[in-house]
Write a protein that binds this ligand. Structure first.
Ligand SMILES: N[C@@H](CCC[C@H](N)C(=O)O)C(=O)O
Length: 324
């Protein structure tokens, strides 16, 4: 029997699968196939999720573990901000440490336990890095730009301005008004740029942000490999950086930015130090269910035999967001 966890950061839901608990690690293609089934909202486990976070041992200095992100469609992403908070909590409790690093595909990232966001709402801070703006980091093509910073892209929209930042997964950001937050623009753009298209051959996460106040944003994301999510941690982080760059008068980098999202709220801090940007993302790391299942049943995608314990944390998370 093996244990999986169902977790979320701002209601961006994942299953944590710890390879070290299996007799033999599950080959990645099998996990990618499993992701497509277990995340399905109707036929998957516990109403599905946005992906699987695969945890494994790390040999890197100061790293308590390694995280690989598998999106709901089976594609692999270089990073996941909301997911990293939950993996940080998992490793923190497993090894009884509060400050450490987690190996990710592109970088070893500093993480730390923070004061709870609410009663029984544990929170973690995670470093979001590396940060890149150039086309090599994405890639993006046929837009006639080396960098996209507060730029009109007529091929995508005749009115919106876009900023493109890889953290290191690719994000396209636009600051919009209510109309574009609520109409189909984000859905249409997200769908167009995440199928075969001449502009973003690897797809792209798209974030529409509304400025609520000084240091306060609302961000809605259409994720590559997933579709609409309740929240995207790297999306809110890259959007916070775009906010600092494009609206310096509204963003005080000595203070945290509060970022509301359809699943709750996180804090980000974005600083420019020695001509380089640094981003930290702070938010809940909630474990909603503990799942015990045989390895065979899991790999045969026979989820009916799973034994499930509800941790009760979701009730407390809901109280926290109801008080926002
Ligand atoms: N939800 C994540 C991002 C997950 C990866 C993304 N779908 C991609 O393909 O880049 C987050 O919280 O950052």
């Amino acid at each position: 029997m093996v244990q999986l966890l169902k977790v979320h950061g701002s209601e961006n839901h994942f299953f944590i699968l710890d390879q070290t608990l299996f007799d033999k690690p599950i080959p990645m293609p099998k996990i990618q196939k499993l992701a497509q089934k277990i995340t399905n909202s109707e036929k998957g486990l516990l109403n599905g999720a946005d992906g699987i976070l695969v945890v494994d041992a790390s040999q890197h200095p100061d790293c308590l573990g390694k995280m690989v992100v598998v999106n709901a469609d089976g594609s692999i992403a270089s990073m996941c901000g909301n997911g990293l908070r939950t993996v940080s909590r998992y490793l923190s409790e497993k090894y009884k440490q509060n400050n450490f690093k987690v190996e990710t595909l592109n970088a070893d990232l500093k993480v730390s336990k923070q004061a709870d966001f609410g009663n029984n709402v544990p929170a973690f801070s995670v470093e979001i890095s590396p940060i890149r703006f150039n086309a090599d980091a994405f890639p993006f093509d046929n837009l006639g730009k080396e960098k996209i910073v507060n730029t009109k892209l007529p091929a995508l929209s005749d009115k919106l301005l876009f900023t493109a930042i890889a953290v290191p997964n690719p994000h396209l950001i636009s600051f919009v008004e209510d109309e574009d937050l609520n109409n189909d623009t984000l859905k249409n753009l997200g769908t167009k740029l995440n199928q075969k298209n001449p502009y973003f051959p690897d797809g792209v996460n798209i974030n529409f942000a509304k400025i609520i106040d000084k240091n306060t944003l609302f961000v809605k994301t259409f994720e590559r490999g997933v579709g609409f999510t309740n929240a995207c941690g790297t999306g809110m982080s890259s959007t916070s950086l775009a906010f600092l760059i494009n609206y310096p008068d509204l963003c005080d980098e000595t203070k945290d930015i509060t970022v509301y999202n359809p699943g709750g709220m996180v804090k980000t801090n974005v600083r420019r130090l020695n001509n380089q940007y640094q981003i930290n993302l702070i938010g809940n790391a909630t474990v909603t269910h503990k799942i015990t299942i045989s390895e065979q049943a899991l790999l045969e995608e026979n989820f009916n035999s799973a034994q499930i314990i509800d941790t009760g944390e979701e009730k407390d998370y809901q109280k926290f967001i109801n008080n926002l």
